[in-house]
Design a protein around this ligand. Structure first.
Ligand SMILES: Cc1cc2nc3c(=O)[nH]c(=O)nc-3n(C[C@H](O)[C@H](O)[C@H](O)COP(=O)(O)OP(=O)(O)OC[C@H]3O[C@@H](n4cnc5c(N)ncnc54)[C@H](O)[C@@H]3O)c2cc1C
Length: 237
């Protein structure tokens, strides 16, 4: 498979760096083709603005999503965006490696989504979720946390990691764009315990060897919603 790793951590010797390095070495040794977008080392521009377009449909007023759609049609994204989109088209599987920051992705990765997951490229009015532009590709997030696992249970202090914390990433970004998100990999509080870290690296290695066996997160397809974006009655529990 062609596997793309989107990696967002400012320190190469971090535990996130170790997980990314392990993925590159294991996946390569298994015969996969691997590309890495190391956003900090690329100094990836996180801010969406007018510089993102070589040509503009409207030079007087920046409506970012309209210019994205125009750039898809006229092939006029800035080079850094175009390169990332080409990697996504190339990939069969995408891994997002990052530490959980403020219940979400680090800003540099949020900027990557804002700029690369463009209107007209990954979504439009009729193209989203199972019909999104990146359909046919699987993905998962591999994250580390500062808070312990118990804090992210349904009654935990931080809230359920699956239903509340990661929903906006798995559903709102990956699935929205057409990717098929499989269960996340989570290394809880890796800064505390060397033995735990070794265990996480072993667990992650197992996952890398069984990529296609990891279950998809069961989300509704686009057709289950009505014209008001409501889940149709027959699909409600
Ligand atoms: C801005 C910000 C916001 C945050 N928001 C949240 C939040 O909302 N929720 C939350 O839970 N946490 C939050 N945190 C905490 C953050 O999620 C954790 O600090 C982070 O996930 C830890 O991962 P790391 O890779 O940075 O760990 P590191 O601290 O870089 O690594 C942990 C340890 O692993 C060691 N290590 C590296 N490589 C290896 C290896 N190969 N084998 C064994 N050990 C190794 C390192 O030397 C280090 O001792 C936040 C932190 C910041 C800075």
């Amino acid at each position: 498979m062609n596997i793309l790793i989107i990696y967002a951590h400012p320190e190469p010797k971090s535990f996130n760096g170790a997980l990314k390095d392990l993925a590159v070495s294991e996946l390569t040794s298994l015969g996969h083709q691997v590309k890495v977008s190391d956003l900090y080392s690329m100094n990836f521009k996180a801010v969406a603005d007018s510089e993102d377009f070589i040509e503009r449909e409207n030079k007087e007023f920046l409506k970012y999503a309209v210019e994205q759609k125009n750039a898809v049609k006229t092939d006029s994204f800035s080079k850094d965006i175009q390169e990332e989109q080409e990697k996504l088209v190339w990939a069969d599987f995408v891994i997002f490696q990052f530490p959980l920051w403020w219940y979400s992705v680090p800003a540099i990765l949020k900027g990557w989504f804002d700029r690369v997951f463009a209107s007209g490229f990954v979504y439009s009015r009729d193209m989203r979720y199972d019909t999104g532009g990146l359909k046919g590709r699987k993905a998962f997030v591999s994250i580390t946390t500062g808070s312990p696992k118990e804090a992210y249970t349904p009654y935990g202090m931080d809230g359920d990691i699956y239903e509340k914390i990661l929903y906006h990433i798995n559903h709102g970004m990956l699935y929205f764009a057409g990717l098929d998100p499989v269960e996340p990999f989570i290394a809880w509080t890796p800064s505390h315990d060397e033995e735990e870290r070794k265990r996480y690296l072993e667990e992650y290695k197992w996952r890398l060897h069984h990529l296609l066996e990891i279950h998809s997160i069961p989300y509704h397809p686009h057709s289950h919603y009505d014209e008001k974006h409501q889940l149709k009655n027959e699909y409600r529990k």
